[in-house]
Design a protein around this ligand. Structure first.
Ligand code: FAD
Ligand code: NAD
Length: 465
């Protein structure tokens, strides 16, 4: 097979890699991307997209099931719904398939050459790929490592049999009767909530003292309350210790060092993700590492000239939109544009029920940094639109500097609040002050008014509270 030479080679077509390749192609850079699996990476195939499809289907099912059992204040009566889970999964797979095609189409439109197979470095400028038709050697002036991440496996609970990762959880053929989730973080709670709504008896085992330890308690309380309503049992301060194969149960150790057994049909382990740094010839390179991650600077350059790294392989936060932003930036740097990482914030959204959005810093972090703040909180129980949607749980919280009112952070918890992440991020990115948000006309009736009201409250003159 003839060797390929190019200006830019991207390894991995996840959100980081494919965005980098598309932007590079748009800029006229001769670009090749290598992908072992399907275009879109973890996010599109076994992450963000299929999980949100399942979460939505579960929400719809639970809503109808709830009104079948309880009298609806909306005056709607319905029979108990029937779930055809195979159809649900097929619908989810259809969305993934359409998006796979979409990414391939965008790469083609940008004149990016796609090589299918597993890439391995021979040296810093040469990569070989085992393709279906033989070994393909690719020489490149610049290489972007975008190999992503994989689920962390617990040594006491290796994947296999009833012990599954998020990838298998997203392609189950039926809803398990009893699901034990190890890890009450992002994936555990997003998927745990979905399966509880679909009818599974869900137990969450979390090693820390509370669920979603990355968010403050004020934000996670409404989620914990809803989990109780859904009948999800949450065991905090408890760690997975092993599998009792005879009784098909998870063995856990509580904080008091007591052992307990949790019978389960499936045990979903979601205790974090690790960077994919094995199997592609890291040992052929001399890259500085940052713990398990590849160390990068503010231009995503590694310690080797001409080698960049982006996305999950470079560290936290392991989020698709961070990977995409890095990918876009690196393409422009390779094209000679003067770019560096100048983002003020990377929004975080947890698609639990209710959803959580966190942008910038919260009151606790501001206190730790010694910054004097003004904080305004507006509850959705005082928001007309939230009432009309039975979505009165939750609030918007704005954190600003006390001296000049510069907005440092916005956090919110509430039904469908993920869609407000854009407004919160924009405010911080544009350097908004409390007065800017308070002075912006927010359409009525919308949940977005909660943002304006939180700013007004921080200024000391909330109108609707
Ligand atoms: P990846 O998406 O992991 O892509 C890496 C790609 O590289 C893969 O396709 C892999 O096959 C390929 N590859 C690796 N090595 C090689 C090689 N040597 N040769 C060829 N190809 C190779 N993030 C969000 O922002 N929002 C969410 O809602 C969200 N939900 C998630 C839900 C779940 C269940 C999971 C697991 C993750 C979720 N994430 C979410 C995280 C998100 O998926 C990742 O942050 C994102 O995919 C990282 O993108 P990436 O490009 O760095 O790597
Ligand atoms: P996570 O870091 O969010 O949560 C892992 C949880 O497992 C933590 O709360 C931790 O205390 C707990 N834990 C660790 N070891 C344990 C043990 N032995 N027993 C019990 N609990 C234990 O990790 P995740 O849920 O696997 O998600 C991985 C990453 O994927 C996230 O950090 C995030 O970057 C990304 N993700 C993002 C989204 C989103 O943006 N909505 C959704 C899913 C995943």
């Amino acid at each position: 097979m003839k060797d390929i030479s190019c200006k830019l080679l991207v390894i991995g077509a996840g959100p980081g890699g494919y965005v980098c390749a598309i932007r590079a192609g748009q800029l006229g850079i001769d670009t090749v991307i290598v992908e072992a699996g399907k275009p879109g990476g973890t996010c599109l195939n076994i992450g963000c997209i299929p999980s949100k499809a399942l979460i939505h289907a579960a929400e719809e099912y639970e809503k109808i099931a709830h009104w079948a059992e309880h009298q609806s204040p909306l005056g709607i009566a319905t029979a108990k719904p029937v779930l055809d889970f195979a159809k649900t999964v097929a619908w989810k797979d259809g969305i993934v398939g359409r998006l796979n095609g979409g990414v391939s189409g965008l790469l083609k439109k940008a004149h990016v050459k796609v090589v299918q197979g597993w890439a391995k470095f021979r040296d810093g400028k040469t990569v070989e790929v085992e393709t279906e038709t033989g070994l393909q050697v690719i020489r490149a002036e610049n290489v972007v490592i975008a190999t992503g991440s994989a689920p962390v496996m617990l040594p006491t609970l290796p994947f296999g049999g009833p012990v599954i990762s998020s990838a298998e959880a997203l392609s189950l053929s039926e809803v398990p009767d009893r699901l034990v989730v190890v890890g009450g973080g992002y994936i555990g709670l997003e998927l745990g909530t979905a399966f509880a709504k679909l009818g599974a008896k869900v137990t969450v085992v979390e090693a820390q003292a509370r669920i979603l330890p990355q968010y403050d308690t004020e934000l996670t309380q409404p989620v914990a309350k809803r989990l109780r309503q859904l009948g999800v049992e949450v065991l905090t301060g408890a760690a997975a210790a092993g599998l009792d194969q005879v009784n098909s149960a998870l063995v856990i150790k509580t904080s008091e060092s007591k052992e307990a057994r949790l019978p389960a049909d499936k045990i979903l382990v979601t205790v974090g993700r690790r960077p994919v740094t094995d199997g592609w010839g890291l040992d052929q390179l001399v890259l500085d590492m940052d713990g398990r991650f590849i160390r990068i600077d503010d231009k995503c350059r590694t310690s080797m000239r001409g080698i960049y790294a982006i996305g999950d392989v470079t560290g936290e936060p392991m989020l698709a939109h961070r990977a995409m932003a890095q990918g876009e930036m690196v393409a422009e740097i390779v094209a000679g544009h003067p770019r560096s990482w100048d983002k003020r914030t990377i929004p975080a959204v947890c698609f639990t029920d209710p959803e959580i959005v966190a942008v910038g810093i919260g009151p606790d972090e501001a206190r730790e940094k010694g910054v004097e703040t003004k904080v305004g909180i507006f509850p959705f129980s005082a928001n007309g639109r939230a009432m009309t949607k039975l979505g009165e749980q939750g609030f918007v919280r704005v954190v600003a500097r006390a001296d000049n009112h510069l907005v440092l952070g916005v956090q919110a918890v509430g039904q469908g609040i993920s869609e407000m992440a854009a407004a919160f991020s924009l405010a911080i990115e544009m350097g908004a002050r409390l007065e800017d948000i308070a002075g912006t006309i927010h359409a009525h009736p919308t949940q977005g008014e909660g943002f304006q009201e939180a700013a007004l409250k921080a200024l000391g003159h909330g109108l609707h509270i």
